[in-house]
Structures are given as structure tokens and as C-alpha cells.
Ligand binder design. Sequence first.
Ligand SMILES: C[S@@+](CC[C@H](N)C(=O)[O-])C[C@H]1O[C@@H](n2cnc3c(N)ncnc32)[C@H](O)[C@@H]1O
Length: 286
Amino acid sequence: MNHTMTEAAQFKDRTRVQWDEAAAGWDRHGPQIRAWLRGPTDAMLAMAGVGPGQNVLDVAAGAGDQTLDIAARVGAEGAVVASDISEGILMHALGNAVRAGHANVRTHPADAEDLGLPDATFDAAVCRLGLMFLPDPLAGLREIHRVLKPGARFCAMVFAGPDMNPCLRILMSTALRHAGLPPRDPFQPGGLVSLGKPGLMDDLMARAGFRNVATTRMEAPFLWPTTADYLTFNRESAGPILQILAPLDAAARAAAWDDMQAQLDAYQSAEGWVGPNTLLLTAGQK
Ligand SMILES: C[S@@+](CC[C@H](N)C(=O)[O-])C[C@H]1O[C@@H](n2cnc3c(N)ncnc32)[C@H](O)[C@@H]1O
């Protein structure tokens, strides 16, 4: 194994642990995540052409919120494979599917860069807020392209760049500063907004072999009653931020969250807390 491969493997090990630990929190906030991403999720499924009777791959499925929507759209004649690097979070996805009465969902623990699924298997694929966590997103896109049938469509949802996502920028930069770490290039692979650089997703999709590639920008503001509620959500489910703060003692961690709160209070008004958030939806066809 060369140096770079070792680093990527270590990064993925940390990612897996991070999301195993954040799994319960992400799942607990399912209703808020669902409301936040309702419109963009419908758009993503439409752009991927998800419809009745299809066999659909859901990459980095997490606790399976969008999996449930896919399961409903493909119906009993169709099927969904919910794949994720974290087995812990997939247990929530399966539980949620069973509780919702969807017998057409199966889980598949796998790294998106190495899905371990046969060629040309799926009629459509989606990846909601997962692709940016891959150290090599082009490898992931090539892998998704490989498992799609000819003509099948794929749509990815990622965060736009740091200028359009000030809350994510505040969370990340404050966590790094309190952890005594240097600022990170926001476009460094694996980072929250790393695929938000204008034109990057289109370029990667085309290089992975997709045709008819197009990106749509969508506003999806975070709405919470107060700044504290938004921070509670992050304290319980924001894997990448939690990982940066993990080495700090309780008092130092609390100071970091207080600092974030002071900055994020700028988005509080009498009507509630409204955090600007912009998403990119990029679709293409095999
Ligand atoms: C922000 S969550 C999104 C989950 C879900 N798609 C949603 O929108 O609710 C990101 C997910 O990406 C998964 N992930 C990160 N790196 C991955 C990789 N290399 N391969 C597969 N999944 C990965 C994490 O385990 C986590 O479940």
C-alpha cells in the first residue's frame, strides 16, 4: 500500500467511526432533516428519474430518510439498496424502512468508492449529502457509473461552497481554531463543502463517464426556533465537527460551542433562527 492509499484508508476508518457514533443523533433528528431537505429531495429523485418498478441505489444512505421516499416511489415491484460505509447508521435505515412498511429496502454496507456490487445493475442512483465525504469523489462517481444500467440516471446533492454556506463555515473554522488546528482549505477532498466549487461537480461527473450533466442550485435554509436548537442538532449529529472537537476536554468543548453560538446568533430573529444554506444538485446519465 502506498502512502496516499494508507491516508485514504485511515480517513475512511475515521469516517466510519464518526458516523457510527453520530448515527443515533442523525436518526433522532430525522423529522427536522426531512423538513429541511423536503424540496431538494423531491428534486433529486425527479432528476435521477426514480419511478415505479425500478431497482435504485441510494449511496451514503445514512439513516435512510431519502431511502423511504425512493421505496415509496418504486413501489412493491421495485427495490432499493441503501448503501453506506457506516453499518451503525444503516441499522437505523433498515429499522425506519421496516417501521414505514417498506419490504423493498435492503442495506449494503460498503465504501462508495468500492461498492462491491455487480456491473449494470441499477435503473437509477442518488447520493444525498454524502459524496463530499469521499477522499476520491471521482473514484466514487466512476463506481456509481459502473453499477448503473446504460441510460440510467444519477443525481447527487452536495453543499455549495463556503461563501454560500456561512453556518457550515462558522462551525468548521471555530471547531478547528478551538482544537488548535490550522484553518483547512474548504475545497480539500473529504470536507463538508469540498464539492461546492463552481463547475467541479459537472467536471467530475463528465470525467466519470456521465452524459447530459447539469447542476441546479437550490436554497434550503436551516429553520430552527433558536440558535441553541441548531447547535443541539450539530452537537448530536454533525460527525465532522464532533470529530474535530473530540480530543478536547469538556470545558474546552463547551467554550467552542459557546463561541459558535455567539457567531450564529446573527441569524436569530423574532421569527426564529434561519441559517442560509445552498445546495447543488448535479444529475447525469450513463
Ligand atoms: C450527512 S450524512 C447523509 C445521510 C443521508 N444520505 C441523508 O441525507 O440523510 C453522510 C453519510 O455519508 C456516509 N459516508 C461517508 N463517507 C462514505 C463513504 N466513503 N462511502 C459510503 N458512505 C459514506 C456517512 O456514513 C453518512 O451516513
